[in-house]
Design a binder for this molecule. Structure first.
Ligand SMILES: C[S@@+](CC[C@H](N)C(=O)[O-])C[C@H]1O[C@@H](n2cnc3c(N)ncnc32)[C@H](O)[C@@H]1O
Length: 195
């Protein structure tokens, strides 16, 4: 269930890893893994890849995935930024999910935020045509910056939000329990090859 790539200098061989060519969804910063486990159970006809840097969260997700007998789930212990830039093949991902990325609220720490211009370009390259990036955050200022960057870019079409049966995430559950606002954005990749 946990992926140990032979090389971190080559894109992941996703077809080999999943042993099929079904649509791939990638959860960036997958945390303890509730979303991944439940989504992989609910949508067995899709493949799910979690990317998470904390070892215990990766291990917990893998343990639960094995217990649930999931064959369409893999987890990579890695940095989000490095993974989307260098480890995901171009035009390979059907949907990216970025849920509750660390907000780094202090101004001097904001360069640590993952969702910046370079990130969006790499996500764009990793998506298949018509693929999507789904974002949720509780942090309004971070959200506004992301939404503005997307609006000003010709790469993305904003889509109407629809849950489409996806489960709530670990952090979403905490924020919902506290009745805190949650900001959502769904962006579709504009075709890189318009007719
Ligand atoms: C606030 S939690 C949200 C977890 C999950 N997406 C959810 O909604 O429940 C952010 C997660 O992203 C992980 N994370 C933050 N920055 C990361 C990075 N640069 N690379 C990989 N994982 C990262 C953290 O370890 C943490 O598990």
């Amino acid at each position: 269930m946990e992926i140990f790539p032979q090389s971190i200098l080559e894109p992941l061989p996703l077809g080999e890893i999943f042993q099929n060519d079904r649509p791939i969804e990638v959860d960036l910063g997958s945390g303890p893994g509730k979303f991944l486990i439940e989504a992989a159970q609910k949508f067995p006809e899709r493949n799910f890849l979690g990317v998470e840097r904390l070892l215990w969260r990766v291990r917990k997700t893998c343990r639960n995935g094995v217990r649930s007998g999931l064959t369409n789930l893999r987890v990579l212990r890695s940095e989000i930024d490095y993974t989307v830039r260098y480890m995901l093949p171009r035009n390979s991902v059907w949907r990216f999910h970025l849920y509750f990325p660390d907000p780094w609220p202090k101004r001097r720490h904001q360069t640590r935020r993952v969702a910046n211009g370079e990130f969006f370009n790499a996500i764009y390259g990793g998506l298949v045509d018509g693929g999507e990036l789904w974002i949720k955050t509780d942090h309004q200022e971070y959200f506004d910056k992301i939404a503005l960057a997307a609006e000003q870019s010709y790469l993305w079409s904003p889509m109407i939000w629809a849950e489409e049966g996806y489960p709530v995430t670990d952090f979403e559950e905490l924020f919902m329990a506290k009745e805190l606002p949650i900001y959502r954005l769904r962006l579709r990749k504009r075709s890189s090859n318009p007719r």
